[in-house]
Design a binder for this molecule. Structure first.
Ligand SMILES: C[S@@+](CC[C@H](N)C(=O)[O-])C[C@H]1O[C@@H](n2cnc3c(N)ncnc32)[C@H](O)[C@@H]1O
Length: 199
């Protein structure tokens, strides 16, 4: 899992042809809209070239941060949204030390690349420290009946229960959802979503 790997996926395939592309990230938007509590600041971890930031800007969000290993994907998004005041952070989430907190931590299909138990535990420690009590995490991974690989890399698959349990005791699940994502080439991938409140 290197920046070069991800940069070349985006550069070689194109950000609208990668298997995870969605023109409208509808489940993300619906789940963020469903949150009961403050949602003023949102961080999209492993956001890459996702259109989530475009849609949140259009809805009036103005405190947005996108974190990704791939500069290529962040540059594509930055070019798309122009001068919009988004914080773009190129880093491996495993090394990230944010100097602030967020109301919402969103991650679609980045966390599941952490297959090492220590990396997974550190990730949830970081989420816990990055959300105030009452903040929310919205996370999606391949489901337990989903693919075992993505982008040539192994992933950890989860059921709703496994994903909620991985978060630990500082989070209370408030919603779960299954999604059949249709890839640009017409395949389907089974995702599981969990929204949880930081308690
Ligand atoms: C399957 S893509 C999903 C992208 C985006 N969330 C979406 O829904 O379109 C996974 C993304 O996670 C990023 N990524 C993978 N491992 C990462 C890590 N350790 N730290 C930060 N970003 C990572 C990749 O560069 C890529 O943009």
């Amino acid at each position: 899992m290197t920046a070069e790997h991800w940069d070349s996926r985006y550069a070689d395939i194109g950000d609208t042809a990668v298997s995870w592309f969605q023109p409208i990230p509808q489940v993300s938007l619906d789940l963020i809209s469903s949150i009961s509590g403050p949602v003023d600041s949102v961080v999209d971890v492993g956001g890459g070239a996702s259109r989530l930031v475009d849609h949140l800007l259009a809805k009036g969000y103005h405190d947005l941060t996108v974190v990704d290993l791939s500069q290529e994907s962040l540059s594509a998004s930055r070019e798309r949204v122009g001068q919009a005041p988004v914080h773009w952070v190129q880093t491996d989430v495993r090394d990230w030390q944010p100097d602030r907190t967020f109301h919402v931590w969103h991650d679609r299909a980045a966390y599941h690349f952490l297959t090492d138990v220590q990396d997974q535990q550190r990730y949830w420690t970081l989420v816990r420290e990055s959300l105030p009590v009452g903040g929310h995490v919205v996370v999606a991974t391949f489901a337990d009946d989903g693919p075992g690989m993505c982008s040539g890399l192994p992933v950890q698959r989860y059921s709703e229960q496994d994903l909620a349990a991985a978060m630990g005791e500082s989070f209370t699940p408030v919603a779960t959802q299954r999604e059949e994502h249709v890839t640009p080439s017409g395949g389907t991938q089974s995702f599981v979503w969990v929204v949880a409140r930081r308690t």
